[in-house]
Design a protein around this ligand. Structure first.
Ligand SMILES: [Zn+2]
Length: 225
């Protein structure tokens, strides 16, 4: 694998959810012990320098559980926040977002309302991308130039709109490895039922061809991420 390629692991909530979950969301919440074990595997992995970590949805567990565990291990992550949920029960509030930044974490946009961007009108898509960016930039007092695409659903119009809204980087949920200089970066979302063997395949980037095929087939049918 070329040295300029990295793998991105994407987490969602950790521990007990403090809000009602969306249909299909529960499998993407990891128990605290499992979360700690995955971080330990990342820290000890020979490819650690090629692994990146992101979190989607702006859950309160980002700060209450995840960030301290990351910090304890010398890890950093990028947190993609839904601007429409800021301050709601179970989600990050403004001060918590700023605290994440002070802890050395980065903040990106996940849009406003967790919509499927590929199904929106041009006007609604512009609102999702522009309003969330402006709100987060005001909170962070810094440019927000990266976006994580909800449910990993995108098309050419979504990518064009992201560039037009002046995002420099976008993240999908397509799995596999990512070129450092690319605009669109695929990520692998971790599920609570992921085996240690599957996790190792993601960390090392060595995915057997038949599993690649099965994953591709699964992508077309996936329900939530
Ligand atoms: Zn999401």
């Amino acid at each position: 694998m070329a040295a300029d390629r990295r793998r991105i692991l994407n987490f969602h909530g950790v521990g007990e959810p403090l809000r009602a979950l969306e249909p299909g969301e529960a499998p993407y919440w990891l128990g605290v012990d499992r979360f700690r074990a995955v971080l330990d595997r990342i820290v000890d992995h020979p490819d650690r320098d090629r692994l990146s970590i992101t979190f989607d949805d702006g859950n309160a567990s980002d700060l209450l559980i995840a960030a301290p565990e990351l910090q304890r291990r010398g890890l950093e992550a990028e947190f993609f926040v839904l601007s429409g949920r800021i301050g709601e029960a179970g989600s990050l509030d403004k001060d918590q977002i700023r605290t994440l930044m002070r802890m050395g974490m980065r903040i990106g946009s996940h849009g406003v309302a967790h919509s499927d961007w590929s199904s929106l009108s041009a006007h609604a898509l512009q609102h999702e991308l522009g309003t969330s960016k402006a709100a987060l930039e005001e909170i962070c007092a810094a440019p927000v130039q990266s976006a994580a695409i909800p449910f990993g659903r995108y098309n050419a119009a979504v990518l064009r709109a992201l560039r037009r809204a002046e995002y420099a980087v976008a993240y999908s949920s397509d799995g596999g490895s990512s070129a450092t200089a690319a605009f669109l970066h695929p990520r692998t979302s971790l599920r609570q039922d992921m085996t240690d063997r599957s996790l190792e395949e993601v960390l090392s980037g060595n995915i057997a061809p038949w599993r690649r095929l099965r994953r591709f087939a699964g992508m077309t049918a996936r329900a939530w991420i």
